[in-house]
Design a protein around this ligand. Sequence first.
Ligand SMILES: [Zn+2]
Length: 194
Amino acid sequence: MDSNFRIGTSSNACRSQFHPVLVLNADYRPLSYFPLSLWSWQDAIKAAWLDRVDIAAEYEKVVRSPSTELKIPSVVVLKDYIRPKKHATFTRFNLFLRDKFSCQYCGAKGELTFDHLVPRSAGGLTSWTNVVAACAPCNLRKGSKSLKQSGLRLRKSPYRPSAEELRNLGRKFPPNFLHESWMDFLYWDAELDE
Ligand SMILES: [Zn+2]
């Protein structure tokens, strides 16, 4: 077997780009939720060929190399367990995730912005404890005032979440594209979280 797989025609080759592969840690949990750990099918086949992953589920689509053919993997599992990070990375997305995609002043969901509690103009830092998700009207109302001056109230004080907490939150906010073979691995314990 060699790792040099091709899909027959060029139009198929294009479509094959939309066969992302869900990557699970050795404990069968996604390596990460946000962003969801995905590889291209080419990388997944290469990793399987190098014996770094097991294939847990497949697409119907078949790819061929000169010597063999196989189905494109849809889920692979790492053979070696990767210890998850303890602390969450400070990113815009993770901050929205911590705040459950809702305005921390009024609870509105949908279009959100970032609000600095201590305004940047007053030396406020862009950090876990000084930034919250806010809808545009609340952000406008807060402006460069202090929390007290603005008359707004926080639903929850901002804090630095653990990576584990964000992983758990992540399960409740699935990304848009989910292949059906991923579902068992993404949500098997979702009910226990409620
Ligand atoms: Zn609001």
